[in-house]
Design a protein around this ligand. Structure first.
Ligand SMILES: Nc1ncnc2c1ncn2[C@@H]1O[C@H](COP(=O)(O)OP(=O)(O)OP(=O)(O)O)[C@@H](O)[C@H]1O
Ligand SMILES: [Mg+2]
Length: 219
């Protein structure tokens, strides 16, 4: 097996709205290898969320291919191998914060889910909110809960889309530090889309997107 967890071969994704064509990704080729920690930077609309959605198999290319050589069959990707914390709010409103975080573990049929979910929440500084419902917490707290849900099953590849977008600088830095430490302990590979250069500076690999073009690089 290749050590590339996910590989893009000349991937193009475009949207047609009326007479407009927006190229979210233009012939992008890249790969993410095991235990790599990658920050994807770029202006608003440059294609970061599209890139992550394709990595998670939540979207499909118009041209080119996405494959997961280091993981295996596509059908078994989520939530064991690939998990996502989305840019937009994504918690289930009828579940408490802790129950939300436990969803991937229940899908995987794990028992004793309470300890793991509490540890993930604690790691992100929101364990005290475990019995609240999503409508009873702030946007930044909900974002951290969604990140805890993505972390809890220790996936092979964790994709986080703007995980600090709604956080103040100090809280955001703390979340990123804890996320990176957790990934190192869990042996997980991380891809984080961010606008924040301070967040990106914590990652050894920094990729840049511009109008659907991707430049990969290593600091
Ligand atoms: N469902 C859609 N329909 C039409 N155009 C879309 C759609 N989703 C994305 N796009 C377009 O694709 C391009 C890339 O969008 P994408 O969401 O990947 O950018 P982004 O880098 O994540 O931006 P942001 O930093 O604002 O989150 C943009 O020009 C956007 O307008
Ligand atoms: Mg985005």
């Amino acid at each position: 097996m290749s050590d590339a967890l996910v590989q893009f071969n000349d991937v193009t994704r475009h949207y047609i709205v009326g007479n407009d064509v927006a190229f979210a990704l233009k012939e992008v080729s890249c790969s993410v290898t095991e235990r790599q920690h990658v920050a994807v930077m770029g202006a608003s609309g440059s294609g970061k969320s599209t890139l992550l959605a394709l990595m998670a198999d939540l979207d499909v290319p118009d041209f080119g291919t996405v494959i997961w050589p280091g993981i295996g069959e596509k059908t078994s990707l989520r939530p064991k191998h690939v998990s996502v914390s989305f840019q937009a709010p994504s918690l289930l409103p009828s579940l408490t914060i802790q129950q939300n975080v436990e969803v991937p573990l229940l899908v995987l049929g794990e028992d004793r889910v309470g300890n793991s979910s509490l540890r993930a929440l604690d790691r992100l500084g929101i364990a005290h909110l475990r019995d609240r419902y999503p409508e009873q917490i702030s946007g930044g707290q909900a974002q951290r809960a969604a990140l805890a849900r993505a972390m809890v099953a220790k996936p092979t590849l964790l994709l986080a889309d703007e995980p600090t977008g709604q956080l103040d600088q100090e809280t955001g830095q703390g979340v990123i530090k804890n996320l990176i430490e957790w990934a190192a302990e869990a042996g997980s590979t991380l891809v984080v889309a961010t606008h924040d250069p301070q967040v990106a500076s914590k990652f050894p690999n920094q990729w840049r997107m511009s109008f659907g073009d991707l430049k990969t690089g290593v600091l």
